[in-house]
Design a protein around this ligand. Structure first.
Ligand SMILES: C[S@@+](CC[C@H](N)C(=O)[O-])C[C@H]1O[C@@H](n2cnc3c(N)ncnc32)[C@H](O)[C@@H]1O
Length: 226
């Protein structure tokens, strides 16, 4: 094949470059989680009226998690989804609760053990690393947390490393639409859905579909590309 044709093919097939201007979240939006008062956050995250709480069972079902799967709930918060995944994957599977907040992880382990869930493991991670073992998970689940990543690029690389071949990344986050979303969303959430898809595809994932059962949030699925 002639050189210009090869170059054209390369340009067409190469994954889009990471947008140079893409920074992460401001550190201050994560400060409230550092010395998190667990019960107070349970009241915030696990309350009727929060769309991802009201639709939590539909969300878990839409991930396609199965008995025996290994799921990592990244940015687990109070463990709302960790507990649901732990029940779905059962004793043959495992649910990792991954969070930068030591207090959240400690309390998730305390409450899940009290509920008799013995398949939950906790990881206190960093803003650049999930600290999950390589090639260990089937599903990485990131709910209301992608916009909290202060360094999305290394976090996505770390999630990719943790996924088994064919593994899936699910992202649920706030719709952010200029002129339509609330001032709080526009100020708190870094980018909208299209940009999130671009960033994740540039990090070695293929967008494979989305759910249409949420109004204030979107539900996106990606596969790890090889
Ligand atoms: C808004 S809460 C969402 C909690 C939970 N996913 C839910 O939807 O109920 C965001 C969580 O992400 C955590 N977080 C922020 N940056 C993170 C990172 N790089 N890796 C893991 N967790 C992170 C925070 O400590 C916090 O618990």
């Amino acid at each position: 094949m002639r050189r210009p044709v090869l170059l054209l093919l390369f340009l067409l097939l190469a994954p889009p470059a990471w947008p140079v201007e893409a920074p992460g979240a401001r550190h201050d939006i994560n400060v409230p989680f550092e010395d998190a008062e667990y019960e107070q956050w349970v009241g915030m995250f696990e309350r009727p009226g929060r769309e991802v709480y009201d639709r939590r069972h539909q969300i878990v079902e839409a991930t396609g998690a199965w008995r025996g799967a290994v799921v990592a709930d990244i940015g687990a918060g109070t463990g709302l989804f960790t507990r649901l995944f732990a029940r779905v994957v059962g004793s043959e599977g495992r649910a990792y609760a991954v969070d930068i907040s030591r207090g959240f992880v400690k309390n998730i382990l305390r409450t899940t053990r009290a509920e008799g869930l013995s398949n939950v493991e906790g990881i206190v991670n960093t803003q650049t690393e999930t600290l999950l073992p390589a090639n260990s998970i089937d599903i990485a689940f990131v709910c209301d947390t992608y916009h909290h990543f202060e360094q999305p690029r290394p976090m996505l690389a770390s999630i990719r490393r943790a996924l088994r071949p064919g593994g899936m990344l699910v992202v649920v986050d706030f719709e952010r639409i200029e002129g339509k979303s609330s001032v709080w969303v526009l100020e708190h959430v870094r980018v909208g859905k299209e940009e999130v898809i671009r960033e994740i595809e540039a990090a070695g994932f293929r967008f494979t579909g989305q759910g249409d059962f949420l109004r204030e949030n979107y539900f996106l699925k990606f596969m790890r590309t090889e």
